[in-house]
Design a protein around this ligand. Structure first.
Ligand SMILES: NC(=O)c1ccc[n+]([C@@H]2O[C@H](COP(=O)([O-])OP(=O)(O)OC[C@H]3O[C@@H](n4cnc5c(N)ncnc54)[C@H](OP(=O)(O)O)[C@@H]3O)[C@@H](O)[C@H]2O)c1
Length: 329
């Protein structure tokens, strides 16, 4: 049996609970492929999993929701050995040097898209794309609020929204993060560490409100965003970074005939929505391949240094995406 290296969490805790082990690679059955992994996306969900805050997870737990590499063994006709693929919607942990995944869980990479770029797409970009196109149904006449605009989801959402032609109000906690958001196309910038977000939105929109809101933060930001929503506004809520409750008044949204959508990629995939997710991922890959979308990679770490990557993501200083890379990279 081939062997692989994998990062596992034997007991919940700080970054140092991430342990590198060597183990047998799972067996290949019909419909499965073995992928030599080159790059792995690091996500906040991996931190939640590591700390025990992720939706019912129990140790031993395996972090890693997205990765890209090359098929080295195949029992799926459409994916011959040598195919370059990105893995999405796989829930058995992708902090590994080799993954055995179902053919439904991969998309083929265009020649010009590197595995490091591709590994950054399935969580943040798919989430931003799905929420903006399929839920909010963003239009060119929309004014869209994006908090945590320099984050992984934020940097994707800015570009997707600007490609639609919408006006983007980017909010973030530092001037450096806002300058980064501006370089990606954000139109209006709000430093919510220095000024009150709600008051700023009232001034910016001249009390009309924002017509769309992608809530990448949760907690009080969700409550403020609802207050700032225009009539018939649409909201997609997908996060709660602070893990704090949102204290809301229903009057902040029902009189506005607002639409509020919840989104969680993991549960979408658990419900078997692979075809639509692959359609969206392929659309994103095409725009990356033709240069429309830039995928900002903040830093890469060796797989064995996953703890350092987690520490960096927890520092709230990251702009764009963190990746782990294997020796194949
Ligand atoms: N539902 C889903 O399927 C789904 C998919 C992808 C991501 N998510 C969630 O969406 C959120 C954004 O994801 P991401 O990968 O873009 O995250 P990220 O890169 O780690 O960024 C998180 C951002 O949240 C902001 N933030 C606000 N309050 C914070 C606090 N108390 N501590 C730390 N950060 C705080 C920070 O930006 P500022 O400093 O500018 O405020 C930070 O950069 C995460 O909560 C993630 O779990 C959900």
């Amino acid at each position: 049996m081939p062997t692989r290296q994998a990062i596992i969490v034997e007991a919940f805790g700080g970054p140092d609970v991430l342990h590198l082990i060597t183990e047998e690679t799972p067996a290949l059955e019909p419909g499965l492929i073995r992928v030599a992994i080159e790059a792995i996306g690091v996500n906040r969900a991996d931190i939640l999993l590591r700390t025990g805050a992720y939706h019912g997870a129990q140790p031993p737990a395996r972090p890693g929701l997205e990765a890209a590499g090359v098929v080295v063994e195949s029992r799926a006709a459409r994916l011959p050995v040598g195919s370059r693929v990105v893995i999405f919607g796989h829930r058995k942990g992708l902090y590994v040097t080799e993954a055995v995944v179902h053919e439904d869980e991969v998309a083929l990479l265009p020649e010009v898209v590197t595995t490091t770029t591709a590994a950054a797409l399935p969580v943040n970009w798919l989430t931003a794309w799905y929420c903006l196109h399929r839920l909010i149904r963003l239009r060119p006449d929309d004014t869209l609020l994006i908090p945590a605009a320099a984050s992984g989801v934020g940097t994707a959402a800015i570009q997707i929204a600007r490609h639609v032609g919408a006006t983007v109000i980017a909010a973030a906690s530092s001037a450096e993060k806002l300058a980064f958001a501006a370089r990606l196309g954000a139109n209006i910038l709000v430093n919510y560490a220095e000024i009150n977000l709600l008051e700023a939105l009232r001034d910016i929109t001249e009390n009309k409100g924002v017509t769309a809101f992608l809530d990448t933060v949760g907690g009080q930001t969700f409550a403020d965003g609802l207050k700032a929503l225009a009539p018939f506004g649409r909201v997609a809520a997908l996060a709660n970074v602070t893990l704090e409750p949102s204290l809301i008044n229903v009057r902040d949204f029902y009189p506005k005939n607002a639409h509020i959508y919840g989104f969680q990629l993991g549960n979408l995939m658990a419900a078997g929505r692979y075809p639509e997710a692959r359609t969206d991922l392929e659309a994103i890959l095409a725009q990356v391949a033709n240069g429309t979308f830039q995928v900002p990679i903040a830093a890469t770490f060796p797989l064995a240094a996953a703890a350092a990557a987690h520490k960096q993501l927890e520092s709230r200083t990251v702009m764009g995406k963190l990746l782990l890379v294997t020796e194949r990279y």
